[in-house]
Design a protein around this ligand. Sequence first.
Ligand code: DNO
Length: 353
Amino acid sequence: MQMTFRWFGEKNDSVSLKQIKQIPQVEGIVWSLHNKVAGEKWTKDEIFNEKKIIESYGFNIDVVESVNVHEDIKLGLPSRDKYIETYIETMRILAEAGVKVICYNFMPVFDWFRSDLAMPLPDGSNALAYNPKLIDDKSCHDIVKSVADGSLGYTLPGWEPERLEKLTQTLEAYQNVDEEALWKNLEYFLKAIIPVAESIGIKMAIHPDDPPWSIFGLPRIMTCEKNLQRLVNLVKSPSNGLTLCTGSLGASPTNDMPKIIENLLEHIHFLHIRNVKYEDNGLFYEVSHRTEDGCINITEIVKILYKNNYKGYVRPDHGRMIWDEHARPGYGLYDRALGIMYIWGLWDAYNNK
Ligand code: DNO
């Protein structure tokens, strides 16, 4: 496996490349142009500038997370062709810069969603959490507004505050898009981009929905093994693959993560490893990467990677906020660095048997 670390760029991240360099055996930085809104073209200058910064620390830029998909593509509107064209232009420049994997998602309106960005844990740390009661009681307008008005200090992922103004309109547009319609729109997108991806050596890797169920009545389809299998069958190509996120899918007790990973491994180009703890009432929160601390068998997952000599990209995912760190929720330095050492610890133990 090739270990990577997500970084939000010099302007948007409290963690530095210098610090990341000191975590053992990290080869690549998972990056993006975070100032770009979905549908906007990434220019050659911007891409090569970021490449220069990252490579100057000896990291590769093989994985981009993400190039976001414009809402019109997910809605299947006539304007989608224009946005698909732009998407392809960006893919081409990324390939030219040496990028190998592009992570993206197909979640309507929202990316990952939580009710709490800093739920206190008994040990004094805090973590992202999802409490269905809090979410059901509020409208998504209220939640988005509290993020957008700056009281939390961060925007929702993939969310530009300006979109709040159009939220009602966007939600209305989805009234005509059920799960099957969303599948059709995804298929249309993939049929346009995958042949290009294949010809330029890019692997597309769709991220599962987080949480893996419908929120605010919006359709969500990247939710379970059956649907991930359906995705890879939509367009059969080594360039049509998955970002497997253990914590996103794993928030649902019905998803058996080691089994899903074992069954789909050949399609997994990029793996996000993290642990979550869920309760009977649908509440879940994020914990350390250690198997015993959560509901996901990380030990077994790394064993599967080791046994199959997995060559894809791996990154630790959301960590708790520990040791009084102030950072982007889920993306501090310390707990993710501990996560990497846990993953390497398991790998090395299997390696030495
Ligand atoms: C959460 C992330 C997601 C992911 C996007 C990919 O921390 O894994 O926000 O980057 O869904 O498009």
